[in-house]
Design a protein around this ligand. Structure first.
Ligand code: SF4
Length: 345
C-alpha cells in the first residue's frame, strides 16, 4: 500500500561528543540524568561492536530512539521495525518522519508468519495471553468445558495438567494470574458458551518475538535495545526485573526507558521536543501496538478510532479477529448480568 506523503517538520538536532556535553543539555530530572549516563556507557562500551534497536513507532519507542541516537556517537546502532501485518498507516508514516528527523535508516522486517496467517492457522487471541494459551491447550485436547472436579479432570487429561489446574483454580491465591478465576465469571461463561472458533496465543510468538530473536541469534549484534517501561504494566514489564539483562540468549538486552515514570517521560518529551505519530496527535490514542489486538482492554474504543481514521484497516481487523471481538462482547455482557444478579441477591 502506498504511503501518504508526510509533512516533515525540520528539527534541529546535534549528537553530543561526550557524556558531559549531553548532560549539559539535560532536563533537571534525576532519572533522566542517571539514565543518560547509563545509556551512554552501554552504547559506547567496546563490548558492543554492533547494536540492534527495535523501534515500534509508539510513544515510548520515540523517547527511546531519541536517547539512543544522542548516545550513539560512533553510529554503531542499527534501527529495525517489525511489520506484524496489522500496522497503522499512521505508524508507517511516522517511521518516515523519524528517518528524516534523525538521518537514520529504519530497516523493515516481515515475520515468516504475519498476524493474519497465524490467526488463520492457529486461532485468534482472546482476552489475554494466558487465557488464550490455556483455552488453546484445552481445545487441542477436545476438552468439554464442564464443571467436573479437579480429581476427575486430571485423570481424564493428565497430559495438560497445568491447564487443568488453571481451569480448576488450583493455584494459590485464587485470583492469581495462573487461575481462570482471575477473569471474573469466565469459567461460567465458557461452560455455558464453549468457544466455536479456534483460540490461540501464537500470533505474538510468530509475528513479534520470533523474528527479533532470530535476527539476534544470527550473531550480527550482541546488544539488543528495546523500549519497555516498568510502569507501562502488562506481562512484558512484569517479565523483567531490571533495565539490563546480561547474556540471556548469547546476547545482552538493554531497556533505556525501563525506570521512566509517566512524569519522567513527559519531562523528556518536553525538553527534547519529541513528536509522536498521528495515532496520538490526531486519532487521540493513548497507546499503540498491533492494530485492533483483542487483548486491548478498551478494544471497542480502539475499533471506533480505526473505523474513523483507517477504514481499510478496520475491515482487515474485523476479518481477522471478528470471532474474538464477538465472543469478547458476549463474555462482557454475561459478566455484567452475573454481577447485576449478584448485587440483587
Ligand atoms: S499483541 Fe495482539 S495482535 Fe499483536 S501479535 Fe500479540 S496477540 Fe497478536
Amino acid at each position: 500500500m502506498a504511503l501518504k506523503k508526510v509533512e516533515l517538520k525540520k528539527v534541529e538536532l546535534k549528537k553530543a561528543d561526550s557524556i558531559e556535553e549531553l548532560l549539559s543539555n539535560c532536563p533537571k530530572n534525576q532519572t533522566i540524568g542517571d539514565n543518560l549516563i547509563r545509556a551512554w556507557a552501554k552504547i559506547n562500551s567496546p563490548k558492543y561492536k554492533k547494536i540492534m534497536c527495535s523501534i515500534s513507532g509508539g510513544s515510548d519507542s520515540d523517547v527511546m530512539l531519541d536517547i539512543v541516537w544522542r548516545c550513539d556517537k560512533d553510529n554503531k546502532v542499527d534501527y529495525v521495525w517489525f511489520d506484524t501485518g496489522l500496522e497503522y498507516q499512521a505508524t508507517k508514516e511516522h517511521l518516515l518522519f523519524l528517518e528524516n528527523k534523525y538521518g537514520i535508516k529504519i530497516k523493515r522486517h516481515k515475520p515468516k508468519k504475519p498476524i493474519p496467517i497465524c490467526c488463520k492457522e492457529y486461532g485468534q487471541p482472546f482476552i489475554s495471553k494466558r487465557v488464550s494459551e490455556c483455552i488453546a491447550a484445552l481445545q487441542r485436547h477436545n476438552f468439554e468445558f464442564n464443571d467436573e472436579p479437579y480429581e476427575i479432570l486430571i485423570e481424564k487429561y493428565p497430559q495438560i495438567s497445568s491447564y487443568i489446574k488453571w481451569w480448576c483454580n488450583v493455584y494459590n491465591p485464587i485470583n492469581s494470574q495462573w487461575n481462570i478465576a482471575r477473569n471474573k465469571y469466565l469459567k461460567e461463561f465458557l461452560i455455558e458458551n464453549p468457544p466455536c472458533f479456534k483460540v490461540s496465543n501464537k500470533c505474538c510468538d510468530y509475528a513479534k518475538k520470533k523474528i527479533s530473536k532470530d535476527i539476534m541469534l544470527r550473531g550480527d549484534y550482541n546488544l539488543k535495545i528495546m523500549g519497555i517501561r516498568k510502569s507501562e504494566g502488562g506481562i512484558r514489564s512484569v517479565k523483567y526485573k531490571s533495565c539490563f539483562i546480561e547474556n540471556e540468549n548469547s546476547y545482552d538486552t538493554y531497556m533505556p526507558l525501563f525506570w521512566y515514570t509517566n512524569k519522567d517521560k513527559l519531562d523528556y518529551e518536553t525538553h527534547f521536543n519529541i513528536e509522536h505519530s498521528k495515532c496520538y496527535l490526531e486519532y487521540g490514542m493513548a497507546r499503540t501496538g498491533c492494530a485492533g489486538c483483542p487483548y486491548e482492554r478498551k478494544i471497542e474504543d480502539e475499533l471506533k478510532i480505526i473505523s474513523q481514521y483507517e477504514p481499510k484497516l478496520y475491515k482487515a481487523v474485523n476479518y481477522i479477529f471478528g470471532d474474538s471481538y464477538e465472543y469478547t462482547r458476549e463474555y462482557r455482557e454475561f459478566r455484567k448480568k452475573m454481577e447485576e444478579n449478584n448485587t440483587k441477591n
